[in-house]
Design a protein around this ligand. Structure first.
Ligand code: SAM
Length: 226
């Protein structure tokens, strides 16, 4: 696992002045599963660096990252966001921390952050367990995937395989994982450390984010390792 300072990612964005502006909503709530502001900036920066038009999020939760992603992709962009519905959640094995987040999501389905916003048309909500979901229609068509659903290794590894399968191969694209070094999910950290032996992954310091670029030119890798 490589470690990078956040500025290394931010300086990959080849833009200046007003073209570096990102759109971030002021949080309405602080759910236990929400990402921090620095993490939001890193996710948005990654989306801008790969010029993301199609995004896939594992774990909608309260919809705040979904909204921030939708605000920072082009007008014809799409954010697909997958979460459990009551049927899929019923009887599903979940770590205790994950079950609480699912309860919060299900209790707030009518009030997700992106509903009643001007970018709601860019967002496609999907329901079901990612362990059962058929991702094949998105094969090699996604520019950025954010993996932040269930944190047990079985699901994280299945989500990772599906995310890598969905990554667009025509230009640059990326996968982000949340909750690396989260003390609530030590097995996820071990899994990502093991994965990093075969797939190049960067941990963004001061965050719980890990990042993999599909980077045919090698220029992102060269910058991040310099
Ligand atoms: C940590 S929260 C996501 C946070 C969100 N990405 C954000 O940035 O605000 C995790 C979400 O994943 C969902 N989830 C858990 N297991 C899942 C599964 N097997 N398939 C799909 N979604 C799942 C939970 O219901 C919960 O809403």
């Amino acid at each position: 696992m490589h470690s990078i300072r956040p500025y290394k990612l931010f300086t990959l964005l080849d833009a200046s002045g007003i073209d570096r502006t990102g759109h971030v909503t002021i949080p309405r709530h602080r759910g236990a599963g929400s990402v921090m502001l620095l993490e939001t900036f890193a996710i948005i920066a990654a989306a801008r660096i790969v010029a993301a038009r199609r995004v896939f999020e594992f774990g909608t939760y309260l919809g705040s990252t979904t909204l921030n992603l939708a605000l920072n992709i082009p007008n014809d962009g799409e954010v697909f966001t997958l979460d459990l519905d009551p049927q899929a959640a019923n009887g599903l094995f979940q770590l205790p921390g994950d079950a609480t987040l699912t309860e919060e999501h299900l209790a707030n389905c009518e009030g997700l952050d992106f509903l009643a916003t001007p970018v709601v048309g860019k967002i496609k909500t999907l329901t079901g367990s990612s362990l059962q979901f058929d991702f094949s229609p998105w094969k090699e068509s996604i520019d950025l995937t954010f993996i932040d659903g269930a944190h047990d290794v079985k699901t994280a590894s299945s989500d990772t395989q599906n995310a890598l399968m969905m990554l667009s191969r025509t230009g640059s694209s990326c996968v982000l994982w949340h909750d690396y070094h989260n003390p609530k999910y030590p097995e996820l950290t071990t899994y990502l450390d093991e994965l990093s032996r075969q797939t190049e992954i960067f941990h963004i310091e001061d965050t719980m984010l890990c990042l993999h670029f599909h980077d045919p030119s090698g220029k992102f890798r060269a910058h991040l390792l310099s």
